[in-house]
Write a protein that binds this ligand. Structure first.
Ligand code: DX5
Ligand code: ZN
Length: 214
């Protein structure tokens, strides 16, 4: 069944603990952490300190999406903060294979994220080195944007590439996910859906998650 990963970026920051508990109680599977450095993306968010507090609460497994330049500098810190998944952008490092191995050596699941304009071909020579491919369906940096249809086409392409190689990996979709487009994303092969503004603003988070998982 598809997993739902609420993006903490859209939470009420004055009540982070309550917001995480609200998502856990609503049936979320992972907690998605959008880490932004103001260089790889034009925005700054939060870092390993907040993740450590959330992971330490034991409420939900933490899924760290590092939108930072040269992510190899921070893998150990996010791993020791308690991340279950660490995802780096293919565009942010010169040494993708090395950083994916570094993530696994730290005992975490390794993810590769692709910006909307990045070809899925860059995954071909690291198949087997990652546990998750993150398809960005908006330009990273901000929540609340509209999904870019061309980026959605990559989901099925990556699914085909994985099947052909006989490799299992999660396909996570991030950006503009809502109740109406979720069935289409799942049909194309998405196995983890990140939801920020649509989920945190929903009148009933539990019914949002139930309807997406149905
Ligand atoms: C964008 C982030 C997303 C974002 C999703 O840079 O990676 O995780 O929070 O937010 P929504 O669901 O509002 O598009
Ligand atoms: Zn994200």
């Amino acid at each position: 069944m598809v997993k739902i990963a609420p993006s903490l970026l859209a939470a009420n920051y004055l009540k982070i603990g309550d917001e995480i508990a609200r998502m856990r109680d609503a049936g979320a599977d992972w907690l998605h952490f959008d880490v932004m450095d103001g260089m790889f993306v034009p925005n700054i968010s939060f870092g390993q300190g907040i993740l450590k507090a959330a992971a330490g609460s034991g409420m939900l497994p933490c899924d760290a999406h590092l939108m930072i330049e040269k992510p190899e500098r921070y893998i150990e810190e996010f791993a020791s903060a308690g991340a279950k998944v660490i995802t780096v952008h293919a565009e942010a490092t010169n040494h993708l294979n090395r950083v994916l191995n570094q993530i696994r050596e730290c005992g975490c699941l390794a993810g590769v994220a692709l910006n909307p304009a990045t070809s899925p071909e860059c995954l071909r020579y690291v198949l087997g080195d990652f546990d998750l491919a993150l398809v960005m369906t908006v330009n990273p940096g901000f929540g609340g944007q509209k999904m870019i249809p061309a980026a959605v086409e990559k989901i099925a392409e990556i699914d085909g590439m994985l099947r052909q190689a006989g490799i299992h990996a999660e396909i996570e979709v991030d950006g503009g996910v809502n109740e109406s487009n979720a069935p289409m994303l799942i049909a194309k092969g998405a196995t983890v859906l990140v939801a920020g503004s649509a989920l945190f603003r929903a009148a009933d988070a539990a019914s949002f998650i139930r309807s997406v998982k149905k």
